[in-house]
Design a protein around this ligand. Structure first.
Ligand SMILES: CC(=O)[C@@H](O)[C@H](O)COP(=O)(O)O
Ligand SMILES: NCC(=O)COP(=O)(O)O
Length: 253
């Protein structure tokens, strides 16, 4: 058990603003402004702002990252692929956190975790370059011990467990995925890693993940943007944070 983090006492919400940009880009307008969404989300309880600068720029643009960085009151978690272009860009921006994620141009959304084992040397070089700029690096991986061993060996201090399969399944398959994530979170903390989680989480599946005491932060975006259509952006953020905290503290939201 790592004593580097207060396991089980806090859980942070990283609000991913990607799909505010998706709505903006649908018509090429200046609204809805992802920067405004990020600043309002902070006021509504977000502990950090996550944004994924994809290689195809389908939602977040370089200009969004550049404009947001100096305005954030909390911290930026910039998600990026392991490419020299993205690593160099991140080193220019110097966000508090960079989360390295896999990307396939043909994917609708992130389909799995980064294969750190297979791409060890490339990931290691990216991690070292980012860490040289004082950036804390997270690796977006499946809840797999070999991937966590490789992450720890490289020296990245944070992992984000991919919860997509948990979100996309039901019944016994989802229960098995949840157990896999629980075991992964325990293993990650035992390796001295900060353990985050994200992808596909929403207002009725987040509870089981937030209840995992070893998880320090959840990154959630698509569901918050969707819920905001009906309850408003700030309320959608507040509601998600309240559910997470109530689950972690064992009270009703
Ligand atoms: C890595 C991750 O799970 C999120 O950043 C997700 O990729 C959101 O962006 P997309 O919806 O474009 O996949
Ligand atoms: N890394 C997960 C993330 O940032 C948000 O994913 P989603 O909630 O949009 O699926």
């Amino acid at each position: 058990m790592s004593f580097l983090q207060p396991v089980g006492t806090i859980i942070d919400l990283g609000v991913n603003i990607d799909h505010v940009a998706t709505l903006r880009n649908a018509r090429g307008t200046s609204y809805p402004d992802p920067i405004r969404a990020a600043l309002l989300a902070e006021q509504a309880g977000a502990d950090c702002i996550t944004l994924h600068l994809r290689e195809d720029r389908r939602h977040i643009k370089d200009a969004d990252v550049i404009a947001l960085a100096p305005q954030l009151l909390t911290r930026m978690n910039l998600e990026a692929a392991v490419t020299q272009e993205m690593i160099d860009f991140a080193c220019r921006i110097k966000p508090a956190d960079v989360c390295l994620v896999p990307e396939k141009r043909t994917e609708v959304t992130t389909e799995g975790g980064l294969d750190v084992v297979t791409h060890y040397k490339a990931v290691e070089a990216a991690v070292k370059q980012l860490q040289a700029e004082g950036i804390r690096v997270s690796l977006f991986i499946d809840a797999d011990e070999a991937q966590m061993d490789a992450t720890a060996a490289i020296g990245a201090p944070v992992i984000e467990l991919h919860t997509g399969r948990y979100a996309d399944t039901a019944g016994a398959e989802q229960a098995a995925e949840l157990e896999r994530i629980k075991r992964g979170a325990l293993y990650g903390v035992a390796k001295g890693l900060k353990v985050n989680a994200g992808h596909g989480l929403h207002y009725t599946n987040v509870q089981a993940i937030a209840a995992i005491a070893e998880i320090a932060e959840l990154n959630i975006g698509h569901a918050i943007v969707g819920h905001a259509v009906f309850v408003g952006w700030e309320n959608a953020v507040r509601e998600m944070k309240a559910i997470m905290l109530a689950t972690r503290l064992g009270t009703r939201a």
